[in-house]
Structure formats: C-alpha cells, structure tokens
Design a protein around this ligand. Structure first.
Ligand code: CTP
Ligand code: CA
Length: 229
C-alpha cells in the first residue's frame, strides 16, 4: 500500500469516519449496545490518513488503541445522539464521510437516575428511535461531498443495500457478507461487496480488514475522480 499512500491522493481533503457501536443508557450501570468492535472504521480512518486526508474519527465505545497517525483526530462518544452532534459539527468542513458505525436503532425512552432494582418476573423497557446519522448527513450533503455507507443484510442483500444507498444519499454502499466464514463482527477479516448507485459492483473476497479498508479508500478515490470531485 506504500506505493499508493506515497501518492497522497487525498491530500487537502477532509474526512469524517464513524466507527464502533453506540451505547444507549438504561440506568447508571446498564446500556443497550451491540458487538461492533470498531476495527473496520478505524482501519478506514488509517487508510484515509495514509492517503493524505485529514480525518475526524468519531468513535463509539471500543477496546481499540487510539490511532497514532497525526492526520487523525479522535472523538470518543457514547450514544447515537452524541455521535450525531460531533458529526454535524464536522460535516460542514468535510469532503468525505464514511459511516461505518453500528449505531443503535433505538434507545430507552427514559434513563433511570438510580440503578433499577430487580422486582417482578418480567419487565419492559420502552424504546424510542435514535436519529439516523447517515440519513441526516445525507440530507445536508452538498454536491462536492462524497458519502459512503455500510449495510449488513440477511435477506435480499443487494436490493436492500441499494435501497439504503438511495434513501441515505450515499455515493456507494459497502455490503458486509454474512455468508463468508470469518467475516464481520469480532473477526480480523471481512468480505464485502461495494455497490454504486449506477449499478456497478465490486467483490473483495475474504481479506484482512486493513486490506479491505484500502480497497474502500481506493474506490473512494476512483469514484471521486470520476465525478471530478
Ligand atoms: N446508520 C447511521 N445512524 C443510524 C443507523 C444507521 O448512521 N441511526 C448508518 C450506518 O452507519 C450504516 C448505514 O446507516 O452506514 C446503514 O445502517 P443499517 O443499520 O444497515 O441500516 P438502518 O437504516 O438502520 O436499517 P435496518 O437496521 O432496519 O436494516
Ligand atoms: Ca440499523
């Protein structure tokens, strides 16, 4: 990758990357979350930085080491609403946004001030919809801005992913393959399909998340060049 990185194809560009899960508080000690490790998003932030971009990495709670590249500024957040706030602030200046976070779709309607006590044999927590960060940025997207989203589908994968691409105003969408052994949550490897609005597609095969990150960033460069961005 050094050869491409040396070219500094994205020098002068600013990028936002979201990564990791979000945690939605139930009470002071409990939350709703998911198994996202943040590895894919962090790897994309590193690859963008290697290509010369200035990167704002907006990360939910992860166990990962903060990236060391001087071009990366890390913002740690907890909830979807915090993630949205940081992203909206940074989006005005951004040329590229990559939405790799596994944002919780819902959060508890109310957060208990005290630790909830065990009582009856069953309990219910009412949930309300979280803001959609990708869709919100997509609504504010200017023609010179380039947006990449992710999708993980278990049925009608391509059709569902393309629907998301349109709905959220992405330039391309990265479809995570669940079928490939070794791909996805918790693994160091992944297998993806990139789908563009124009109907082009690219399949990575099973590779390390680092290599996939470079694939994705190469595609960003190629598409931006095509669109004269
Ligand atoms: N996304 C986001 N904010 C949310 C939900 C999703 O920014 N509140 C982004 C993800 O980071 C991803 C894309 O939107 O890039 C698609 O996420 P996904 O969970 O697959 O789609 P949803 O619109 O939430 O639809 P569903 O979970 O019902 O399939
Ligand atoms: Ca979702």
């Amino acid at each position: 990758h050094d050869f491409f990185a040396q070219k500094q194809k994205l020098k002068g560009k600013k990028a936002i990357v979201t990564a990791g899960p979000t945690y939605e508080a139930i009470d002071p000690v409990r939350f709703i979350g998911n198994h996202s490790t943040g590895k894919m998003g962090y790897a994309i932030a590193e690859a963008l930085a290697q290509y010369g971009a200035e990167v704002v990495l907006v990360s939910g709670p992860t166990a990962l080491m903060p990236p060391k590249h001087p071009n990366i500024e890390l913002f740690k957040v907890t909830s979807a609403r915090e993630m949205l706030e940081v992203c909206m602030d940074a989006f005005h200046e951004a040329d590229i946004a990559v939405l790799a976070a596994a944002v919780a779709d819902y959060r508890p309607k109310e957060v208990a001030v005290q630790k909830i006590k065990k009582q009856s044999d069953s309990m219910q927590i009412e949930l309300v919809k979280n803001p959609d960060i990708a869709a919100t940025l997509g609504q504010h997207k200017k023609p010179y801005q380039f947006m990449v989203g992710f999708a993980l589908e278990t049925e009608n994968e391509k059709a569902n992913a393309l629907q998301k691409l349109k709905k959220k105003n992405f330039d391309f969408i990265v479809l995570n393959s669940l079928n490939d052994e070794g791909a996805g949550f918790g693994h160091d490897t992944n297998s993806i399909t990139i789908l563009t609005a124009e109907g082009e597609s690219y399949q990575s095969g099973l590779k390390s998340k680092k290599e996939i990150a470079y694939d994705i960033v190469e595609h960003i460069c190629r598409q931006m060049q095509k669109q004269a961005l």
